[in-house]
Design a protein around this ligand. Structure first.
Ligand code: FMN
Length: 250
């Protein structure tokens, strides 16, 4: 009998303990409810966020991290203007401090957003007086000389279109321009080359055909010829001719 009593006390105690611990669990659950997410958001807290499965870029495309440094380049232009031009004494205009072709080249660059590269002789052996210059130029032409030019050309791979201009010398491109064509024929392959000249009566002087044979793997566009005298004395009309020509090129 004594034994039976003791067992029932133990059972009662155990039940009491069980009830206390159940009550404690229920209490901790309700505490979260008052300060935690509301009914409507509670479910979402435990559900996993949908995974971002769509790629942010197409396969093969490279995406730069926002913080990656941007490689500095000379420009983002795809158009380049290459030109040769002389200051000093020139036919019909006297002594000039900016060459006629340089003026046209700058106007083309201004209107197209192109980069500029001037072909400058490596050793400046061209005289500043007109008569002497014509002698040197004639001799170079007779000798099919290939005078070197100074400076380093920008990386041609970034350009699709290259305007190329110079004065007409003895009915032809100055020989230094053939140096340029021959040095860069490969790099100019597949590009559109558009010739322009300044002159005092010879017009384009076959610059387009001569350029096409010097750079057979390039496409040669329609050229433009401008009077040298107009470059110094009639710039509005030169600018207008350039605008019309460019719009015709498309
Ligand atoms: C050496 C030399 C040869 C020239 N030969 C010709 C020519 O054959 N036909 C022509 O119309 N003009 C000729 N000119 C004139 C130039 O083409 C013209 O003055 C040109 O605008 C000069 O350009 P620049 O100032 O950019 O050097 C010649 C000029 C020089 C200096």
């Amino acid at each position: 009998m004594q034994m039976k009593k003791r067992t029932s006390v133990i059972v009662i105690l155990l039940c009491a303990l069980l009830l206390i611990s159940l009550a404690a669990c229920a209490g901790s659950g309700s505490a979260g409810k008052t300060s935690g997410p509301t009914e409507s958001t509670a479910g979402r807290e435990t559900e996993p966020e949908p995974k971002q499965t769509e790629p942010e870029s197409e396969p093969g495309e490279t995406t730069e991290p926002a913080s990656a440094p941007h490689e500095p380049t000379a420009s983002d232009s795809t158009v380049l203007v290459v030109y040769f031009s002389r200051t000093g004494e020139q036919y019909t205009v006297g002594v000039i401090d900016k060459g006629n072709t340089a003026i046209v080249a700058e106007m083309i660059a201004e209107q197209t957003g192109a980069d500029l590269f001037e072909v400058i002789p490596a050793d400046d052996h061209y005289p500043m007086t007109y008569d002497e210059l014509t002698d040197v130029a004639k001799r170079e032409q007779n000798e099919k000389a290939r005078p070197a030019y100074a400076g380093s050309l920008p990386d041609l791979s970034q350009y699709d279109t290259v305007f190329i201009g110079s004065p007409v010398w003895w009915g032809d491109w100055p020989m230094i321009m053939y140096t340029f064509f021959e040095n860069n024929g490969e790099a100019l392959a597949g590009k559109t080359l558009i010739p322009f000249s300044t002159h005092e009566g010879s017009g384009l002087s076959g610059f387009d055909k001569k350029l096409a044979s010097a750079c057979p793997n390039s496409t040669v566009g329609e050229g433009l010829a401008i009077r040298g005298n107009d470059c110094q004395n009639n710039q509005d009309s030169v600018r207008e001719s350039i605008t019309n020509w460019l719009s015709g090129l498309g």
